[in-house]
Structure formats: C-alpha cells, structure tokens
Ligand binder design. Structure first.
Ligand code: ZN
Length: 492
C-alpha cells in the first residue's frame, strides 16, 4: 500500500492543494521504500542527542522497514535528498538554529532547504532522567514521531508501541518551537521505583510472578515510556512530604507541648511510637525549633502528618476560620465526621495552616530572604479553601490532593463534588500560593477496569487553566491491563 505522510504548518487550503500535486516534498526521509535521508549528529554529540537520533531511527525503521544511517556531522552525506540534524550541530548554528537561549526542555523543529533540524538546549545528563532539563532535542524527536509518523506509545515495551506502516515519510516546510506546557510532569512509580534505583524486587512482588530480571526489564521499559510522553521537570518541582512524621517518637517526651492537644486533655498520642501524631502549630517554640533545624538554603518543608485530625488547643482554634453550619453531604469527613479524627479537632483547619505557613515563611525570610516554604499537601483538614483573607504569596508552594471523604477521592464522583473541588482550588489560588496538583486517584482500579476520563480530564484542564504549575500523580501501580485505557489519555 502506497501511503504518503505529508504535513505542513501552512494554511490548510495550501496543504490540500499541495497534496493534490504530484511534486516532490521538501523533506524526504523515506520514499517508496527507499532511504532518502541520513540522521546527522554532532561529531561529539551529547548522550541526549545520540539517544534522540537512535529513537528516531528505530521508529522510522519500525514504520517503514528502512534503517536510516546515523552519521557524524563531518561525514554528512550531501548526495542524499535530506539530512535530519538531531541536536546542537555546527550546521544548525550556521543556519540560525540557536538553542542556547531556548527555555529548558524546549526544542526548535525547522526545515532549511531540504534539511530538517530538531534541537534543544543540550548538556550533560542522562536522557532518561526526569530531572535532566536538557531534554529538548529528545522531546522534539518525540513530537516529530507523533505528528508526522503517527507513532503512539500505549504501554511499556515493544507491544505497546504503535507505528503505522508506510513506505514513505515526507513533509513540507516546518518551523516550530515548543516547550512543555507544565513546568513539571510525572507519576510516582510505587514499588517499581526501588528496582529502577538499582534495588531488588520485594518478596511479595516476586510471589506475584515478577522475576528479578522481569522487574528490571519492566522498570527500564517504564522509564523509556514515561520519557516518550515527556515526563520531566522534576528538578524544579519543590519537594513535598510529611515533615512531622515520627516527631512524637523523637521529641514527644521532651516537648509534649509541641504536639496536638486531644479531647481527653492529653498531648500527643497514647502510643509513644505513633508516627502520625499531629502538631500544635501555633506553638512558637516549635516554630522556632523548625527554623533552627532548617539549613537556610533548601526548601523549608512543612507537611503535616498523614492523618486527619488537628490540635484542639485554644491558640490553634483561634487561628481557625468559621466552620460551615451545613457541610456538603459529600464532604462531611472534611468537616469533622472522619472517624480517625474523633479525638482531635476534625473540622477545616485551612486558615490555621495558611497562617502557620505564612508565619514560618516570615521567620525563614529573616535567615534567607529568598526562602521557599513548601506547605506540602493541601488535603484532609486543609482541603477546603481558607475562609479568612490571607496573602501567602509566591514563596509558598502547596500541592492540591483531593482526599478524605470517599466521594472526593476518586473519579467518577458527583458533579457537585467536582464543582466543590474546583471552588476549593480557586479559593487556595486566591491566597497567591503556588499550586501543584498531586492526585491520589490512580490508587483505584487495580483489578477491575475502572474507566473514567471526562471528570478527571475536566478537572485537570481546569487546574491547568487556573494556575497549576505542574502535576505529579500518586501512583503508577503497573496495572496496565486494568488501567491502561485511562492512563494513556492522562500521560499523552
Ligand atoms: Zn495547638
């Protein structure tokens, strides 16, 4: 079958006209099953440029059966119709492909005569690392493969890679420059992360059928897949985490007053080893201790413990805003009905914590005026937007996690719950805080296909349109058979 892939960024009418004419395309990689181009990289290419060239060659071969040669710039074959320059090259520089001033992870894709240039800002670094900002060249190649060859990466490995068969890959003039729309993009990888980091598979996972070799191969394929979907920016994502986890065990004996007052009049938790004991955040000695422990340079982490329920002391309660008289039926846990918060204050403590973060930022600024505070997670008792007016500003960062009430955790949820969540996002945004999105909802649907895209896609788009800096999902659990159809639109 003779199929032509032709595309252009010129107006549609011109494209249609050109498609109707039997003249030669400007850029020709493969024509009627014959190689018409070589892939050209610098004489001393970066790892990223080399890897990007290999990715291009591999996918063109998969689609056409033709293996294009990868050559060094000094040996670029001038007799061929087209040269596809990948990464920073002298020829590119001579032709005005200026990568130095490009934003991080951005690329230029531009035709000059019959040649094509795909290049981003380059540097040392592992092309597969999501913390490597010099990935523009690689991302440009992926854009090319998706746009001009129709390649799709559905799940990890060969079987999930789809490249439509063709005997011709040609296109007209192209001139594009693009950077990722979100500063950071990612999925936490759950238990396979330790294997990717060089660890071994857990006994439990091994019992489920993963051999150590199989787990390592899966981890590698997963990294490749996620990079093909342009996951990255992890190096500029402010950290988040449960700072106060384990503090009761460490400091509870000496400083019980730093910990939450309970309804029975005691501080902390009956179990001296209980790790998720909440703090008494209005306690100034605690605040000063946190500042004294901080190195003065890195992001100051302030994430609460991973359990609902907060301190009931008068000082903390004085920082809280008014509670709703009639909480929405789908958010009763958030406002106090969560069984896990019954010994503590279970209502909304967003105003209390917003004030805590602001106070801590002011204290931190005395040591370092550029200090960034990470509130970590905006969820559980802090999920509702603050009621009282407060300006948090751009030195405080938080990650929105829809959680707590069963109706707020997973999609699909009642439409009015989605609308409520959007209102909380907007309310937090009004404080001026920097917002990331860190949903937990991929923890559902392990065994049964659980297929919802409309609400989750809608909320993601809403967040993007209302100040979301980036998103990192918790977690990719690896249940591709059950979750694949929904993961694809999410990462693509
Ligand atoms: Zn307190």
């Amino acid at each position: 079958m003779h199929q032509r892939i032709q595309a252009t960024f010129v107006a549609t009418a011109i494209t249609l006209l050109l498609l109707a004419l039997p003249c030669a395309a400007q850029i020709s990689l493969v024509q009627d099953g014959e190689a018409r181009a070589a892939i050209v990289i610098a004489n001393t290419p970066t790892d990223t440029a080399r890897y990007a060239a290999e990715e291009l060659a591999q996918h063109v071969e998969r689609a056409t059966g033709i293996a294009l040669e990868i050559v060094a710039e000094s040996e670029a074959p001038l007799e061929l119709h087209t040269r596809v320059y990948i990464g920073d090259t002298e020829t590119g520089q001579r032709n005005g492909i200026d990568t130095v001033r490009l934003p991080r992870e951005a690329y230029i894709m531009r035709s000059v005569g019959n040649d094509l240039f795909i290049a981003g800002r380059e540097g040392n670094g592992d092309p597969l690392s999501e913390s490597n900002p010099n990935a523009g060249t690689l991302f440009g190649v992926y854009e090319f493969l998706e746009h001009f060859l129709g390649v799709r990466w559905l799940w990890p490995g060969e079987l999930g890679t789809y490249a439509p068969k063709t005997d011709t890959v040609e296109l007209w003039a192209v001139n594009d420059m693009r950077a990722p729309a979100l500063a950071f993009r990612g999925l936490y990888l759950s238990r396979i992360q330790s294997v990717i980091n060089g660890g071994t598979i857990s006994q439990e996972d091994a019992r489920l059928g993963f051999s150590p070799e199989g787990a390592a191969a899966y981890g590698k394929a997963l990294k490749i897949l996620l990079r093909r979907h342009r996951m990255g920016g992890v190096d500029i994502k402010p950290p988040s985490g449960h700072l106060f986890y384990g503090w009761w065990k460490r400091y509870g004996k000496e400083h019980p007053e730093w910990f939450a007052l309970r309804k029975d009049g005691t501080r902390g938790h009956p179990d001296p080893n209980y790790n998720n004991t909440p703090m008494c955040v209005s306690n100034e000695a605690l605040q000063d201790f946190v500042i004294a422990q901080w190195d003065g340079e890195s992001v100051l982490l302030l994430g609460p413990v991973d359990r609902p329920g907060r301190c009931i002391c008068d000082n903390c309660r004085a920082w809280d805003g008014p509670q709703p008289e009639n909480p929405p039926w789908f958010a009763t846990y958030v406002y106090g009905a969560d069984p896990r918060s019954q010994e503590l204050f279970g209502g909304a403590t967003s105003d209390r914590y917003a004030r805590f973060w602001k106070v801590m930022r002011e204290k931190a600024a005395k040591r370092n005026p550029h200090a960034i505070v990470s509130a970590s997670f905006i969820y559980e008792n802090e999920l509702p937007a603050p009621v009282l007016k407060i300006n948090l500003g751009k030195n405080i960062y938080g990650e929105f996690v829809q959680w707590q009430d069963p109706h707020l955790r997973y999609f699909p949820m009642p439409d009015e719950a989605v609308e409520w969540l959007k209102a909380q996002w907007l309310g937090w945004r009004k404080t001026g805080i920097r917002l990331g999105y860190r949903p937990n909802y991929l923890h559902d649907g392990y065994v049964m296909p659980h297929f919802e895209t409309k609400q989750e896609g809608g909320f993601f788009k809403f967040a993007y349109e209302h100040g979301m800096e980036g998103a990192r999902f918790d977690s990719l659990t690896g249940q591709w058979a059950a979750q694949g159809p929904r993961l694809y639109p999410l990462v693509a």
